[in-house]
Design a protein around this ligand. Structure first.
Ligand code: EPZ
Length: 421
């Protein structure tokens, strides 16, 4: 088993490049399956475990996947020969549920095992199912798999009961090849939703309105291969922004879309951090005492739930009281117990974390309880005195490419070690 070992107390300085967005890539790769001819050349794909897992699932379905370099994949989905995605890899990750939409669009049938993912709360897929049924599919859940089947998919008006990234993307993929027009209302507006829509349009789909509350999809006859570059990762960028402020550092985060980072920048500014936006970069600089802030996570353009945990680490060493309210996931404060082992003063009441800033954290052996909790622990290790050892880092590797190399290039003392369990 691997662990990250950090000797904290160093300011982060310099520049770091952000990779492609995990949550866009993990939807785009399954969506490739909907193309019945041509190859997809996809660039700026992050080199993370979730992507490796999707590569294996694509191959198991009959796709030819060629790795051009660490961040570029060429996928030929012409020869997909099954609608059955029921492997250990499918069970391991959340985004494997996008194979339902993609296989259903192309073959009018899919059998996909129920997905896993981070243990951050109940993760229903009722809105996905509601969408597939509205398009004319029969949906049955049996033996731990979702089985969807339709004679013909027909466009429909669908109003989602909750704003869901996954349901918006999955039903949007399924509707690309449906007959007629599909209107999706109360949809998610995250940058990765827009990116998946742009990718599907590059394959020949006709999708309008992604990024607004209403998405309109006019069904087309077929989708074909294309060349596409994934947008930069909003959450990886946000994690480095927070790490810069937490270590009292000064770093330039390159290859970002500053607009996507506005809710994070706004909170850091409110705390007293300096933010200098460039065209495709953002510089984050500690310029003096910080003050506590209150945060409530919300769907985009609100403050993202996926950077809430790293933010709690920063706030744990900011003077005064800060309150974080997690409104998307009911169990996304599990990392707080780990932060407490390092000396943080935080009380959790349901979805609310009440943080009273302390002067410093001290190194300890702590666990990455999920992906973003892992990022929160890395930042805690970077600011703590002494040595921090992080266990269960397979969670971190699912979503952050080469995290230790990136932090090391900014001056951190961090290494990956292998231990006998
Ligand atoms: C995506 O999860 C992301 N994962 C999550 O990021 C992210 O936290 C989340 O969106 C919110 O931004 C991927 O993109 C792979 P949702 P998803 O459907 O799609 C409820 C990370 O750290 N809901 O937008 O699963 C649900 O319970 C991961 O990178 C229903 O009730 O999230 C939640 O409260 C963790 N019924 C809310 O909606 C449904 O059918 C939002 O969930 C679907 C969702």
């Amino acid at each position: 088993m691997e662990r990250l070992v950090i000797h904290g107390g160093r300011k982060l300085e310099g520049a770091v490049e952000i990779n492609g967005a995990k949550n866009a890539a993990v939807a785009i790769l399954p969506a490739v399956v909907a193309a019945s001819s041509g190859k997809c050349l996809i660039d700026n794909v992050p080199d993370i475990e979730d992507v490796h897992c999707l590569d294996r699932i694509l191959s198991s379905l009959g796709c030819e996947v060629k790795k051009i370099d660490n961040n570029t994949l060429e996928i030929d989905s012409t020869s997909v020969n099954t609608v059955n995605a029921c492997t250990e890899d499918v069970r391991r990750m959340r985004a494997s549920y996008y194979f339902i939409g993609a296989l259903l669009a192309r073959f009018k049938e899919a059998k996909v095992e129920l997905p896993g993912g981070c243990p951050i709360g109940v993760r229903p897929i009722d809105q996905h199912i509601k969408g597939f049924e509205a398009l004319g599919a029969d949906v049955v859940i049996e033996h731990g798999a979702v089985h969807v089947k339709a004679k013909q998919l027909k466009g429909a008006n669908i109003f989602f009961d909750v704003v869901s990234v996954g349901a918006t993307i999955n039903v949007m993929i399924a509707a690309t090849l449906a007959e007629g027009v599909t209107t999706l209302e109360n949809v998610a507006k995250e940058p990765h939703v827009v990116d998946v829509a742009n990718f599907l349009n590059s394959m020949g789909a006709n999708i309008k309105g992604a990024g607004t509350d209403v998405i309109r999809i006019t069904g087309v006859k077929k989708l074909t291969g294309c060349a596409y570059s994934v947008i930069p990762d909003q959450i990886e960028a946000g994690t480095f922004m927070i790490a810069a402020a937490a270590t009292r550092g000064d770093i330039t985060i390159k290859n970002v879309i500053p607009k996507h980072l506005e809710s994070i920048s706004a909170k850091l500014l409110e705390m007293g951090v300096e933010i200098i936006e460039g065209d495709d970069s953002v510089r984050v600089r500690y310029v003096g005492d910080l003050k506590g802030v209150n945060i409530k996570t919300m769907p985009y353009p609100g403050f993202p739930t996926d950077v809430q945990q790293p933010m709690s680490t920063l706030l744990s060493v900011v003077p005064g009281r800060s309150i974080i309210t997690e409104s998307i996931w009911e169990s996304r404060h599990k990392h707080i117990d780990e932060l407490k082992k390092m000396g943080a003063n935080i009380k959790v009441e349901g979805r609310v974390a009440i943080i009273d800033g302390v002067n410093s954290l001290s190194g300890a052996v702590v666990k990455a309880t999920d992906l973003r909790a892992g990022a929160a622990m890395v930042i805690a290790g970077l600011i703590a005195s002494g040595k921090t050892e992080i266990t269960s880092i397979e969670h971190i590797d699912r979503g952050y490419p080469h995290i230790e190399n990136k932090f090391r290039s900014l001056g951190a003392k961090i290494e990956r070690i292998t231990v006998e369990e």
